[in-house]
Design a protein around this ligand. Structure first.
Ligand code: PGA
Length: 244
């Protein structure tokens, strides 16, 4: 079992209108109040729901995060949301460098690094995502790619209190496929060598109630970043319960 207190983070992605988001948040808040699991909990709703979900979660054990932030603090960046705005809306965390943004939005390591800096400037914990593609894994390059992404995306001055790293193989996201447990451990060990001691490393990519216990049982895994299964309170809760 991991030495650090684990974090189970839900990435809702672009899902949920007000009624769904508030129902899901209320359900999680009620579960956390009556039977808190043996881990930290975080949900990252779409930006439109951050403030409303934050109001539902306020004072409880489920923390609030954004899914991305701009590098700049404010200004002429139509459509963007700054880390300061997320903080103002009640967030304590923000995901940066998710593969869906690295891929679809062309975010390079350098851009991701400026976003981590922005998160820290605003007082947020940055959840920095890294992960290889299927072709990279098949070419035997997974560890090389992941460690290069990490060193390219991580600013100087990292410390465990404001950094979480999420290892998310691109080919495992939303596919139902996961690496072998040995492969997860190997990549997590390589990541750990490049970050400050005490920094949590989450695994992400097709985590569900069935595979959560074996993944979260790995010594190198300090939690999970959960996409699809975080949209159902019961499934998210089952994953959190696997920590206990
Ligand atoms: P998934 O997504 O759990 O649906 O595979 C994980 C993620 O993209 O963070």
């Amino acid at each position: 079992m991991a030495a650090l207190r684990r974090l189970i983070a839900g990435n809702w992605k672009m899902n949920g209108l007000t009624a769904d988001g508030l129902a899901l948040a209320s359900d999680l808040a009620a579960r956390a109040a009556s039977a808190p699991p043996d881990c930290d909990l975080l949900v990252c709703p779409p930006a439109t729901l951050v403030a409303a979900v934050g109001a539902v979660l306020a004072g409880g054990a489920v923390a609030l995060g954004g899914q991305d932030c701009a590098a700049a603090e404010k200004g002429a960046y139509t459509g963007d949301i700054s880390a300061e705005m997320l903080r103002d809306a009640g967030c304590t965390h923000v995901i940066v460098g998710h593969s869906e943004r690295r891929g679809a939005c062309g975010e390079t390591d350098e851009i991701v690094r400026t976003k981590v800096e922005a998160a820290w400037r605003a007082g947020l914990v940055a959840i920095l995502c890294v992960g290889e593609t299927r072709a990279e894994r098949e070419a035997g390059l997974a560890q090389t790619v992941v460690t290069a992404q990490l060193s390219g995306s991580l600013p100087d001055g990292a410390d465990a209190a404001r950094l979480v790293v999420a290892y998310e193989p691109v080919w495992a996201i939303g596919t139902g496929l996961i690496p072998t447990l040995a492969d997860i451990e190997e990549i997590h060990r390589a990541i750990r060598a490049g970050i400050p001691g005490g920094t949590r490393i989450l695994y992400g990519g097709s985590v569900n109630p069935k595979n959560a216990a074996e993944i979260l049982g790995l010594v190198e895994v300090d939690g999970a970043l959960v996409g699809g299964a975080s949209l159902k309170a019961e499934d998210f809760w089952a994953i959190a319960a696997a920590c206990g």
